[in-house]
Design a protein around this ligand. Sequence first.
Ligand SMILES: NC(=O)c1ccc[n+]([C@@H]2O[C@H](COP(=O)([O-])OP(=O)(O)OC[C@H]3O[C@@H](n4cnc5c(N)ncnc54)[C@H](OP(=O)(O)O)[C@@H]3O)[C@@H](O)[C@H]2O)c1
Length: 275
Amino acid sequence: MSAAAGAGRVTIVTGASSGVGLAVVKRLAARGERVVLVARRKDKLDALAREIGEERAMVCALDVTDLRAIEGLPRRVIDHFGRLDVLVNNAGLNHRGPVAERTAAELADIITVNLVAPIALTRAALAVMDRGAAIVNVASIAGMIPVPEEATYSASKAGLRAFTRALAEEQRSRGVRIASVCPGPIDTDFIADVDHVPDLVFSQPMATPDEVAAEVIACIDGGAEEVALPRTTGKLATLGYVFPALARAIRPALARRGAVNKRRYLERKGRGAGS
Ligand SMILES: NC(=O)c1ccc[n+]([C@@H]2O[C@H](COP(=O)([O-])OP(=O)(O)OC[C@H]3O[C@@H](n4cnc5c(N)ncnc54)[C@H](OP(=O)(O)O)[C@@H]3O)[C@@H](O)[C@H]2O)c1
């Protein structure tokens, strides 16, 4: 466990209003730790803070594309709690579909939320963090093997993964841990636009937000510097990235399996495909 771990620890979680971020916050709060809740939906964050106890939760309702607000956030946390031990860059966004069918603003938005904002927040957090601190970035399997019809999203997550790895080396001697978690599909609002999610994405086992949160916490506590979830999907993705012809050859079979899984998923959710 990291030197800063314990009931006194303070963690910023971006994207705390739903899905993985919410699950991370709940796990940290259950251990008696203090949390800084970041997302746009203030009503959700306020309700979560009441649930945790307002003395242990700080609500920061902001849009992570507001870089001025992001850069000032770590200092606000120091003013409020007196310390900052952990940052979880989890807020994420996708606009699915072929690149040619999305606007330039939508594509830029993906890069700003998923890559520029975590970089800006990391930079500001490092300035107030001490030895034993940790930063965990939630990337994606799409950052390990690019997914057609999610090209910009894949680029944003590959960029976040590269940033994480390089920064881990920069910070090693300073004793600040930098790690990433790369999940496959997760059952959250992120795939609420399920009809537009490529079948290929459903070819891999789906995780719950709490399973991903457990991996994030393990990274904070000193686990691996990069974790793929499921592990086998990570290995398959690496193989496909190194051998793109192999990836192209097996993609149709994976997409067929994904289409079946997607249909079952929709049935579990009480929806027929396309309904
Ligand atoms: N679900 C998947 O299949 C999957 C797979 C691999 C990786 N991931 C990654 O996992 C992370 C968490 O996603 P999730 O699955 O938990 O999805 P989710 O339930 O949709 O949560 C996304 C979170 O990001 C926040 N967010 C989005 N845009 C924001 C902005 N501009 N400013 C501030 N907050 C913003 C949302 O809060 P507000 O709307 O309240 O602002 C929400 O709390 C993301 O980085 C995603 O890329 C997801």
